[in-house]
Design a protein around this ligand. Structure first.
Ligand SMILES: O=C(O)CCC(=O)C(=O)O
Length: 285
């Protein structure tokens, strides 16, 4: 148990812990926030059960870890807080998160952390999986690690092209691409706080490896995506209303399973744009 009263029960060897021992509220002491932050660095995903934070309290909680405001280019915001987006799928919708991804890596500075609360869950299904990208990197054969060391890849908005095209044709895609942007990131990145290397490509957003031909890059990416898919790198969470997940978006990916339609699933999400504690550390060195 930490001095804050939180207890962290590891969910799999690779990733995830369920938090108990103290109730999460929108506002916590500095010591509590530090304990949660350390646990987030250790476990990468924290799961809180029976935690009925209002949209404003979710935003207040998120802002204790860094500035908010990494708005998504498609999701609508909650009327009670501009910092909370609503992710709602039902009927014959085409949910967009049933692919491994880190949030918004098509930006130069993707958000540091996301906080997701289940508001309405289907009778069965609608689970979310997270993968530890440290664990994936550690599982790569040594030769492959060496091949990847200097490579960089382009990330863009991926399948968000479909709604953009359906709504606006060619111009719709061009405008959406301009709005979302694209970014080149190293294939092997290093976590800014722990320093650990992690694999930094996703099947949602990584499109092209700089310096390789499209077929060569495509083959390499497919090999890496197959490794990300292995269950030993994952944790799978079953949601109930008022379950909250908080994850470190830098060395994790997630996959929201779509097996529940036409039932409705509604989630609230807050994105923490940057890690104020990491910035302090970087500033101090
Ligand atoms: O709905 C979920 O479980 C995850 C949604 C998602 O992919 C996200 O918040 O980035």
């Amino acid at each position: 148990m930490s001095t804050s009263g939180f207890v962290f029960d590891r969910l799999t060897p690779a990733i995830g812990a369920e938090v108990s021992g103290a109730q999460l509220t929108g506002s916590r002491s500095a010591e509590d926030v530090e304990a949660l932050y350390r646990a987030l660095l250790d476990h990468q995903v924290l799961i809180f059960r029976d935690t009925a934070l209002s949209p404003k309290a979710m935003a207040a909680f998120g802002s204790m870890f860094g500035p908010l405001g990494a708005r998504h280019h498609r999701y609508v915001t909650h009327p009670d807080s501009d910092d909370v987006v609503i992710i709602k799928w039902e009927g014959d919708d085409l949910p967009d998160a049933a692919e491994w991804h880190s949030d918004m890596t098509y930006r130069e500075n993707p958000p540091f952390s996301s906080i997701l609360k289940a508001v309405e869950v289907p009778p069965a299904g609608g689970d979310t999986l997270w993968a530890s990208m440290y664990s994936v990197y550690d599982a790569l054969p040594k030769g492959l690690r060496a091949d990847l060391a200097e490579l960089e890849a382009v990330h863009d908005m991926g399948a968000f092209r479909t709604p953009a095209y359906r709504e606006g044709g060619n111009l719709g895609i061009q405008e959406a691409m301009l709005g979302a942007g694209s970014a080149v990131h190293p294939i092997v990145a290093h976590h800014p706080v722990t320093g650990r290397p992690y694999l930094n490509v996703s099947e949602s957003f990584t499109r092209f490896i700089i310096g390789l031909s499209a077929p060569e890059g495509g083959r390499l990416l497919t090999e890496l995506f197959d490794i990300i898919n292995r269950p030993e790198h994952h944790v799978r969470v079953r949601w109930k209303p008022n379950t909250i997940a908080m994850w470190d978006n830098r060395a994790t990916q997630h996959y929201a399973v779509v097996d529940y339609l036409p039932h409705r699933r509604v989630m609230h999400r807050v994105a923490v744009s940057s890690d104020s504690r990491a910035e302090l550390k970087v500033g101090a060195t």
